[in-house]
Design a protein around this ligand. Structure first.
Ligand SMILES: [Zn+2]
Length: 126
């Protein structure tokens, strides 16, 4: 059993330092976990209400930064609309870090962490 939490932590640190900001401009919702966690425009959200035709998301910094930020999307994550603004700046690296992490964690069972790290880093555009 590999130490996934430790790997996660190291990835967060190293990735957020090496990823160029101009790479992150898209306004598409990135689904981290179905019906649980998404990222949009530098902000992470966890589900608040799961409604019939829409999903209501609260900022993942609601507690740590006392942020009132609320986002609403359709239930297939389209048409994201900010309903309540955030009280803090977004982190442009969030999405790319989560994407790279998802990719790396997927590979943990078949390769060593250093192999995985090297492979995924090589795929990150300059
Ligand atoms: Zn917020």
């Amino acid at each position: 059993m590999r130490n996934v939490a430790g790997l996660n932590y190291k990835l967060n640190l190293s990735l957020s330092q090496c990823i160029p900001r101009r790479f992150l401009v898209e306004m598409e919702v990135f689904v981290v976990k179905e019906n649980k966690k998404i990222i949009l425009d530098g902000y992470a959200y966890t589900v608040h209400y799961n409604l019939v035709s829409s999903l209501r998301w609260k900022c993942s910094n609601k507690i740590s930064k006392k942020c009132p930020g609320i986002l609403v999307t359709s239930n297939n994550y389209k048409n994201p609309t900010i309903e309540v603004e955030h009280s803090h700046a977004g982190d442009a690296n969030l999405e790319i870090v989560e994407k790279a992490k998802a990719e790396m964690l997927k590979r943990v069972s078949i390769s060593t962490p250093s192999q995985i790290f090297a492979e995924v880093i090589n795929q990150v555009p300059e």
